[in-house]
Design a protein around this ligand. Structure first.
Ligand code: PRT
Ligand code: ZN
Length: 283
């Protein structure tokens, strides 16, 4: 039996979804226009679909699991469970208005707002007792104000450059989203077991990409100060060097703290610092 996974065929989640499986040691070929692939070394069958269809396929049991943006699930909730956050495809659903326009949320009363996310937007407005005209459009939402179709937009934003080039300013964040692994609620026991194996791999790959392995040399008398700077998985390893006045210290540091930790290490006498990528990390 195979575990069946639905991935986006092409688009913003496609490359990172296939890259994630490959980093999990799963090999398959995903040539252009391919709709289906079978992994060579894991009982996994892959369907390549439009992202909007993925929750349906998973809810209906055609696929056991899938990768999709949280925004898609929020707009059309389905009988699926989010089993893992994946840390890519990050964006936010925001309201934007023409640049220079003053803004507070009550100004949305009676406004025309263009969006591809009418359900999430309606929920946001209802919570604030605002009645607005929601214009649902499926693409190029950002041009709606300049062609006179809307007073504001509600669209996904990542770098903000689309809003900027269309003379719009982001004024309100309605939700944050990232890619997630979803599973059908009626997933069979055998598929569930394979899913657990895959989740174990995904978690080790994700932890690895969020951390760096760090090695450094330190004079013995500074070890205590340096160890205080390093979190480590349990505690850093301290190894003797040929020169008895020095030791080598090994540890793991979170990617986001890396530069701060490096500054503190140097300030505490660390030398010959090496920072290495980690392939897998099992906590
Ligand atoms: O063909 P298919 O239906 O599969 O794809 P799609 O065109 O519906 O989706 P796609 O590939 O554009 O996006 C897939 C998923 O990527 C979305 O559902 C989000 O979860 C996630 N994602 C992350 C984004 C963005 N960032 C993003 N910036 N989806 C869309 N955008 C668009 C946004 O709509 C706007 O047009 O990019 C533009 C803004 O980008 P910036 O960088 O200029 O702010
Ligand atoms: Zn889509």
């Amino acid at each position: 039996m195979n575990l069946k996974i639905a991935l986006q065929r092409s688009g913003r989640l496609a490359d990172e979804s296939t890259a994630l499986l490959k980093r999990c040691g799963i090999s398959f070929s995903n040539g252009m226009g391919k709709l289906r692939a079978e992994a060579a070394n894991f009982p996994l069958e892959i369907f390549f679909l439009r992202d909007d269809d993925i929750p349906d396929y998973v809810a209906d049991g055609v696929a056991d699991i899938g990768i999709v943006g949280e925004n898609v699930l929020a707009e059309s909730p389905k009988a699926v469970d989010v089993v893992e956050k994946l840390g890519f495809g990050r964006c936010r659903l925001s309201i934007a208005v023409p640049k220079g326009r003053e803004y507070n949320v009550s100004m949305l009363q009676g406004a025309r707002i263009a969006t591809s996310y009418p359900r999430v937007l309606a929920g946001f407005l209802a919570d604030r007792q605002i009645t607005a005209e929601i214009h649902e459009i499926s693409g190029s939402v950002e041009i709606a104000p300049s062609i006179g179709l809307a007073d504001a937009v509600c669209d996904l934003v990542s770098s903000g450059s689309t809003l900027f080039t269309n003379g719009l300013t982001e004024v309100e964040t309605i939700m944050r989203s990232e890619a997630v692994l979803i599973a059908g609620s009626g997933i069979a026991a055998e598929a569930q077991q394979l899913l657990e194996q895959l989740r174990f791999r995904i978690r080790s790959v994700k932890a690895a990409s969020e951390n760096k392995y760090i090695l450094l040399n330190a004079p013995k008398e500074r070890v205590e100060d340096i160890v205080r700077v390093l979190p480590g998985m349990r505690s850093p390893s301290v190894l003797p060097l040929a020169d008895s006045g020095w030791v080598s210290i090994h540890s793991v540091v979170g990617q986001q703290d890396l530069w701060t930790v490096l500054d503190e290490l140097r300030a505490n006498g660390a030398e010959g610092i090496l920072v290495l990528s980690i392939d897998q990390m099992i906590r």
